[in-house]
Structure formats: C-alpha cells, structure tokens
Design a protein around this ligand. Structure first.
Ligand code: ATP
Ligand code: MG
Length: 246
C-alpha cells in the first residue's frame, strides 16, 4: 500500500537560530519528491526532522501518514556523510541494519547485499574495508545500504554528490529503477538530477526558509538529460534557487 505522508506546521531552531517555521510538506505515496536550496538554508535539518533524528534542535509540528500509523521505524535515511563503519567490511555495512535488529537473521540477506553491491558496480569491493574506497565508492555503498533497508519512505541527502558525471547518471538510473514505486524524499544541489528523477521538485529558500510550489516534470523517470522540457524547467529552477522568481 502506498502511504501519503504530510508534514504540518513544522518548525526547527538550532539554539536560537530559526531555520524554518510553520512549514507544510506533502510526500505523496509512491512518488519521488526532491528539495533543492542554497547551502545552509535548512535542507538537511528538514530531512532530520522528518526522520526523527534532529535531537539537538528545538522542533515542533506533526507528521501524518494516510494509513493512520506513525512514521517511526518506516524511514530509511541516507545521510549527507556516508556514515560507513570503518571496522566493518563493505558487505557488513550494507547489511548493518539487519544485524542490529533483534531476532534471527533471515536467509538471503548477504545474497541481497551482494546483488545490490553488484548493481552499484562494487562486486569486487564487498570484502574490503571502507577506508580503502574512494569518496564516490563509499557513497555507492551507502546507497546500497539504503536500498537494502527496504523501508516505505526513503530519505536521501545528496546521495550522488561525490560521483563523477557518468557514474552519477548510472546511479540515478539505478535508483529510479529500484525505487520506482517507493515514496522518496531526496535533497540535491543539482537541478538536472532533480528534474530527471522526481515527480515533484521544490525549492527551500530564505530565512526562515519557505518551500516553493512544486514543479512537476511530465513523463516517467529517469528522464533524458537532453529532454527540452527538462532543460527549460531547469532555467525556472535556477531562478527559484537564486531567489529571483516571484
Ligand atoms: N547540529 C547543528 N547545530 C547547530 N546548528 C546547526 C546544526 N545543524 C545545522 N545547523 C545550522 O542550521 C542551518 C541549516 O543547516 P542544514 O545543514 O540544514 O543546511 P543545508 O541546507 O542542508 O546545507 P548544505 O546544502 O550545505 O548541506 C545552518 O545555518 C547550520 O549552521
Ligand atoms: Mg545539507
């Protein structure tokens, strides 16, 4: 079942700095929502609030799921830093969440993890330690770990930022494929990435920050980078990002 998620009147302050207040955000079930915004505007803070991990901040607001159940325990979070545990092999980092869960280990977990690592192009790195990987390779492990968690809401903070242009497009295609029916909230600085992958693109702007009305690219993701409709929306997005649009 696809669950719609609604954030209402969300406010967040770090100490006395009000990042946003009275913010509303809809995350329609089965859709991919993307948020862009200038550095420091509050994108990661918003993601942390939704994931329930903005512990040091002063927060208020509410989150409603259309199935009436709480969101707790149903979110996968891919942080801006990859957060790989340096003493665990790559494959053990991918299955980390399952290892932490109480109860018996399900058969097939390591097979699934190896499959996901092969999908992100890291078959031969499964048994190495994260310290021996490049920044982009580490980010691909973090993506495999996020996909492994198989949660209804996937929150990703700049998941492809450390990748070269070609791997970035490959990974975008892979994520679009593997997350096709999921509810996804992604942060990115790349307007083209947002427009290739998302059903809805919003811009967070100002202080306290506000969300723009969504831009909704047509057609199915992943869209072609040469798509003229996407390129024209990119101009619109850049204006919004610069704070120049009405
Ligand atoms: N743990 C924290 N303690 C205090 N202030 C914080 C903390 N985390 C973020 N901030 C402040 O909140 C504001 C928003 O930060 P946030 O990390 O959400 O920005 P962002 O939009 O994700 O930026 P970037 O694009 O650079 O990742 C910034 O002014 C930042 O200094
Ligand atoms: Mg951030």
């Amino acid at each position: 079942m696809k669950v719609d998620i609604r954030l209402e009147r969300a406010s967040l302050s770090w100490r006395h700095h009000c990042v946003f207040s009275n913010l509303d955000l809809e995350l329609p079930g089965g859709q991919w929502t993307c948020i862009l915004g200038q550095s420091g505007v509050g994108k990661s803070s918003l993601l942390q609030l939704i994931c329930g991990i903005a512990d040091e901040a002063d927060i208020s607001g509410s989150i409603h799921c259309s199935d009436g159940k709480p969101l707790d325990g149903r979110v996968a979070w891919m942080a801006q830093d990859d957060l790989l545990l340096p003493w665990l092999r790559v494959i053990d980092n991918v299955v980390l969440e399952a290892r932490l869960r109480p109860g018996r280990r399900e058969p097939g977990q390591y097979e699934l993890a190896r499959y996901l690592l092969s999908q992100v192009g890291l078959t031969d790195k499964a048994d190495t330690l994260p310290g021996q990987l490049s920044g982009g390779q580490r980010q691909r492990v973090a993506l495999a770990r996020t996909l492994f968690q198989n949660r209804p809401l996937i929150c990703m903070d700049e998941p492809f930022s450390a990748l070269d242009a070609i791997n970035r497009l490959r990974l975008q295609d892979l994520a679009a494929d593997l997350l096709a029916d999921r509810t996804v909230l992604m942060i990115t600085h790349d307007p083209l990435e947002a427009l290739r992958l998302s059903d809805r693109v919003l811009v967070l702007n100002g202080s306290p920050a506000r969300l723009s009305a969504p831009i909704q690219p047509s057609g199915k993701a992943p869209r072609q980078v040469s798509d003229t409709a996407i390129l024209s929306l990119q101009g619109q997005l850049l204006e919004l990002l610069a704070g120049e649009a009405p």
